[in-house]
Every structure is written in structure tokens, then in C-alpha cells.
Design a protein around this ligand. Structure first.
Ligand code: SF4
Ligand code: SF4
Length: 124
């Protein structure tokens, strides 16, 4: 089961996870053209080998180890991770649209600083 990036990554996007991923399955990287406009980063579900290295690397606790471990208010972002593909403009647009809908649907949670949001999600 793949790891999932969720909303504390939005506007954090520091790529600490990219630097530790042994199979380079987190996109977009800083050297990929999509990086400048990406709202967050995404884990390719078929390429992720479930090593767990990215979880402690994330400064805002945005990464969950499975779909089941992902909080209910973040489940829409499971699909965003699943469909995002660097180099595929349609897939990128679909994933980013899911993220934008997510942000619009959760103004209360998105108002919480990214580093504190995982705890807020856990309570909701
Ligand atoms: S769990 Fe491992 S392989 Fe999967 S995204 Fe994280 S670092 Fe990469
Ligand atoms: S380390 Fe966390 S915040 Fe940084 S890019 Fe990866 S998922 Fe996003």
C-alpha cells in the first residue's frame, strides 16, 4: 500500500522527502517543470516501495503510511496522489483540481499553520 502526501505539504513543498526517497517516486522534483506551479507534492503509488524514509523527513508531518492511516478529511488527497503524473498535463490538472477543491472545502483546517495541522486532522 503506497504512502500518501496530504495537505500540510500545500505551500510547504520543501522537498525534504524527495531528497530521501530511494526510488525517486515523489513528484514534482525541483528540476521538473511542474514544480513551480504545483500546490503540493505527490507520491506515485506504483513506484513507492513503502520504505518509510519520507515520513520522518517531512517537517510538517504531511505523509501517511497508507490509505487507511490517512485521516478522513484528507482522503480526497489519496486520489490526487494516485492520478498525478509528471509530464502528463491532464493528470497534473486533475490532481491539482482535487487539491484546490480540498482547500476550498476545509477553510478552518487550512487556516491552521501547516506544522500544527496533522494534530488538528487527527482530532477531527
Ligand atoms: S515510502 Fe519510501 S519509496 Fe515511498 S515515497 Fe516514501 S521514501 Fe519514497
Ligand atoms: S517533506 Fe513534507 S512538506 Fe516537504 S515536500 Fe515532502 S511532503 Fe511536502
Amino acid at each position: 500500500m503506497p504512502f500518501i502526501i496530504t495537505d500540510p505539504c500545500i505551500d510547504t513543498k520543501d522537498t525534504a522527502c524527495v531528497d530521501v526517497c530511494p526510488v525517486d517516486c515523489i513528484h514534482p522534483r525541483k528540476d521538473e517543470p511542474e514544480f513551480a506551479t504545483a500546490t503540493m507534492l505527490y507520491i506515485h503509488p506504483e513506484e513507492c516501495i513503502d520504505c518509510g524514509a519520507c515520513v520522518p523527513a517531512c517537517p510538517v508531518a504531511a505523509i501517511y503510511e497508507s490509505v487507511d492511516a490517512t485521516p478522513s478529511h484528507q482522503q480526497d488527497l489519496v486520489e490526487a496522489n494516485a492520478i498525478y503524473r509528471v509530464g502528463d498535463a491532464e493528470a497534473v490538472a486533475k490532481a491539482e483540481a482535487i487539491v484546490k477543491t480540498h482547500v476550498a472545502a476545509h477553510p478552518d483546517l487550512m487556516a491552521i499553520p501547516a506544522a500544527e495541522r496533522q494534530a488538528a486532522h487527527a482530532k477531527s
